[in-house]
Design a protein around this ligand. Sequence first.
Ligand code: HEM
Length: 516
Amino acid sequence: MLAIFAMAYGLERLFLYSFLFALIVFIIGKIVLKPPRLRIPRIGRAPNGPFGLAKARADFLIHGRQLAEEGYSKYSQSMFVVQTADMERVILSAKYADELRTYPTDVLSSVDAQCERHLASWNTLDVVRRSNLHVDVTRVQLSRHLGRMARDLQDEVEHALSSELGPCTTGIEDYYYVAAHTISLKVVSRTVNRALVGLPLCRDDRWFETSMGYMADAFTISGALRPRPHVLRYFVYPFLGARLRIRKHLAVANRLLAPVIQQRVPKDTTHNDVLQWMIDDARGRDRDPQELAHKTLFLCLASMSSSTMGIVHALYDLCAMPEFIEPLREEIRGALSEEGGWTLAMIQRLKKLDSFLKESQRINHPGLFSFNRKVLKPIHLSDGTVLPADTFISMPTYSIARDPSFYDSPNKFQPFRFYDLRQRNPEEANRHQLTSTGPTSLAFGYGQAACPGRAFAAVEMKMILGHLVYLYDFKFPKGQTERPENIFMDERIWPSRVQQVGFRLRADTRNSLGKA
Ligand code: HEM
């Protein structure tokens, strides 16, 4: 104000002094008031010196697993800092999980961490910043309506299996071999889309291609830009084909969804899907069909790839340990005869299948870290450590899941580990379900921002794997007994995408397919 006043009256000297004074205050402020650097041990290369950041990022990209394991073996009771392929992260012991889960989002933000990790402003995923509608609807409405939705999911799973595994026949050796990942992605995507947008759109090939394409191109953009220094991203981005494709996916989604949204009336109970509940609950900008289409595409991305990985891992585990197929089939047969069909109550009876999926997820974690958060205001931990604003934190999920102090014989696959725990301690049964989260069970995250879709994911995955177990025989190609190694890159862990699995319709149940 003083400077403006001085200019207006031609008092150049006063302006100059005010400017210099402001500059000095700014510089002193930057130096003196600079937040203290966290003094905690580092694992791996420090991002210092010429090209130091690029080298440290490249190191983590290739050796992320080793670095995470080294850090955990030394500091499982405290914390360490590591330069990941995106940002520098403070990796915290599980002992901090309970105190951290209580911080509000203006202190500890999952959305900020998510957007910065996935470079959301480059690939349009920053739609999640504009409102919480998609999260609220997923957490509340989708979970609440699972009972009504079970019938639709069964119908879609059976439709998807008969289209994708159509060439399957019954017979002694006529297995139909396909890449398990490809088939699982298609079946999961169809099932998820039924829950998100309902019939008939979920079976429209244009919607199907768009939802899959949006997911692939969003990840392509963040994958291509993440390793580059910030300035270089501006030069690389215009040359990415995925940049144009993602705009096209948004336009197609909008073209397909806009008439559906306009036709639907709020609170129309004939539609049992996420789109309808978003229409019902939308306020302000969320009422715009374009915004709803964008949020629906985001939900496709959030739900499809992680559920697919869960199914693929479980299939590989069953092919490698076929002795566990029959106990699961037995459980399904029993639940079907008790409940008379694939209802929610029937799915809830599948406790062995639930345990199998949880154990498969424990051994084949979706990533090295989870509970990724950005600290927005300084946090004083109970042991006196202060996490300054702008720190990125994570929990070492992969290592926690293999820690012998949390799991007996942690490297041994025990399919009914969680089933046994549920039977032994009925009062603690809720802690050992697929959907349960806790400081030592972080695959779905933890706290307020834990995966809002996990209740749906559990039903959807049990519906799909349950149908595969009940209706099909499946196995690895002749001679293969071991499951393929998982692929570790950066902090991500994937199942093989090329592994072939042979499927054959079972003679005694084949008539139930498509006759729901
Ligand atoms: C096996 C399947 C799945 C896994 C392993 C998984 C895992 C996760 C994890 C780890 C997070 C971050 C949680 C945190 O930081 O505490 C998350 C967030 C999220 N998940 Fe899932 N998820 C799965 C399926 C789904 C499904 C089926 C949906 C939707 C129907 C969904 C929707 C979301 C959304 C919207 C978020 C963001 C939440 C927010 O920003 O607050 N997920 N998920």
